[in-house]
Ligand binder design. Structure first.
Ligand SMILES: Cc1cc2nc3c(=O)[nH]c(=O)nc-3n(C[C@H](O)[C@H](O)[C@H](O)COP(=O)(O)OP(=O)(O)OC[C@H]3O[C@@H](n4cnc5c(N)ncnc54)[C@H](O)[C@@H]3O)c2cc1C
Length: 431
């Protein structure tokens, strides 16, 4: 069976890998000259610098992603870290959220009880809400924003600012005022209550190109698949309820049985479906991520990462040769010019880390990703069944297609795994 996968981001790469593994002949069509989509590595031949567009952190609860990494042989390229997150506040110093490895889930009680970035009252309130999440709760209560839900659940301002907001902005790339409580609760459940590996941070030992892209590409080609870059899909021609032709910038494809799209919703809505179908595709709001990479003469930082409290520069990841500072939900910041951003960042770093000296920065790169992820708000309409019901051989993946999750590598790969299973089950029945 021949399958065309449209879109070479992580969702399209994962779908191509899962399908190739099951013996389907895959042709992957990617509009841009590179694979990886929103997760890519920049190489500058002149300076020799190589860095990712932004830090891509995995969590132990990313089960589909871990299966994908195993399949492409990248399992040994990741480092699973115990829960030990340094939260920094200039006036308070470092507070750790850390858990011992034994006695899960009771170790989480210990972790929160000892989390002194917030006072005792706040810790008890956090624990009470964690318990409520663990037990499960009435879903009607969740049809609100994260901030409303936290208030409804008696969280103190301090607990919201120094704990819940860090989780919400970091994991959902959305402000608590906009993000859906239901999606947030699902994420918290997956992170803390899906087993003792779930809350571990997983850091790639290599960049995105070496971790995912090259290995996926090699896997697909080794299984007899084909990859065409700079070949944007423009139109699906539909006949008798099936896609029979795919018109791209360079070609017309008609030798396939099924089509998988692995595109963001805004890109899918630009494809012409014989003029009849684009109505089921939701119009989503997007949220930016700002990353500033600092290449240093000397690196005085000792931890692998830090959560910075009370600033718009949320995380610092220490890559040894360089630092990546990430600002999520960065709508306001990305409007600033680079000189202002840099000077603001330096002032912040000097305040948070007296060991930091701006003179030790050799060079910097500022990457603004305007449509990094969609905003997982309550209004998000995620009903794509209208499209697939009308077109029998079309399967839709991409990070936005799993209603209960935000836009992450995991939702991209999980959607690819779901689509591959759907195809496998449908063709097995037909056989
Ligand atoms: C800076 C940044 C940091 C992030 N950090 C994290 C993180 O720490 N952890 C995490 O889990 N997630 C993170 N994410 C989110 C994660 O990168 C995305 O959710 C995921 O990569 C989305 O993959 P996708 O395949 O669904 O979509 P995309 O990556 O958008 O891929 C879609 C592909 O389709 C192609 N395309 C578009 N139109 C067409 C067409 N007509 N024909 C053919 N091809 C087309 C595009 O060029 C693109 O390559 C981050 C994202 C960004 C931008």
């Amino acid at each position: 069976m021949k399958i065309i996968v449209v879109g070479g981001g992580l969702s399209g790469l994962a779908a191509s890998v899962f399908l190739s593994e099951k013996g389907y002949k895959v042709t992957l069509l990617e509009a841009s000259p590179k694979l990886g989509g929103r997760a890519y590595t920049i190489f500058e031949p002149d300076s020799g610098l190589e860095f990712d567009n932004g830090q891509h952190l995995l969590m132990g609860c990313y089960k589909s992603t871990l299966r994908f990494l195993k399949l492409i042989g990248a399992e040994s390229e990741i480092e699973r870290l115990p829960l030990r997150v340094p939260f920094i506040k200039p006036d308070k110093g470092i507070s750790y959220l850390r858990a011992i490895d034994e006695f899960y889930p009771l170790n989480l009680i210990d972790a929160i009880t000892n989390f002194d970035a917030v006072n005792w009252k706040s810790r008890l309130r956090i624990l009470a809400l964690m318990l409520k999440i663990r037990i499960g709760e009435n879903d009607r209560e969740l049809n609100v924003s994260v901030s409303r839900w936290l208030k409804n659940n008696n969280q103190t301002d301090e607990a919201i600012e120094n704990f819940w907001k860090v989780l919400c902005v970091g994991a959902l790339n959305a402000d608590p005022e906009k993000a859906s409580a239901s999606v947030f609760k699902n994420v918290i459940k997956r992170i803390f209550f899906s087993g003792k590996e779930g809350y571990k941070f997983i850091l790639p030992r290599k960049n995105l190109r070496a971790m995912y892209i090259e290995k996926s590409k090699d896997f697909i080609l080794a299984k007899g698949g084909r990859i065409f870059l700079s070949d944007r899909v423009l139109e699906f021609r539909i006949d008798g309820g099936l896609i029979t032709k795919i018109v791209t910038a360079n070609n017309v494809y008609d030798d396939f049985d099924m089509v998988v799209t692995a595109l963001p919703a805004h890109a899918l809505s630009k494809i012409n479906f014989n003029g009849s179908l684009s109505s089921g595709i939701p119009s989503l709001e997007y949220s930016p991520i700002l990353n500033i990479h600092l290449f240093l003469e000397d690196n005085p930082f000792t931890e692998k990462y830090y959560a910075l409290l009370g600033t718009d520069y949320h995380w610092l990841f220490n890559h040894g040769k360089y630092l990546s500072i990430t600002s999520s939900s960065a709508g306001k910041l990305i409007k600033k010019n680079n000189a202002d951003l840099l000077s603001e960042l330096y002032s912040n770093l000097e305040l948070f880390f007296p060991i930091f000296n701006r003179k030790s920065v050799r060079s910097f790169r500022i990457i603004k990703e305007k449509r990094a992820t969609f905003v997982p708000s309550g209004e998000r309409l995620l009903n794509n069944t209208g499209i697939t019901a009308k077109v029998e051989n079309l399967f839709i993946g991409g990070d936005w297609t799993i209603p209960e999750l935000p836009a992450t590598i995991e939702s991209a790969v999980q959607s690819a795994e779901n689509v591959s299973l759907e195809i496998f089950n449908s063709t097995r029945v037909n056989d």
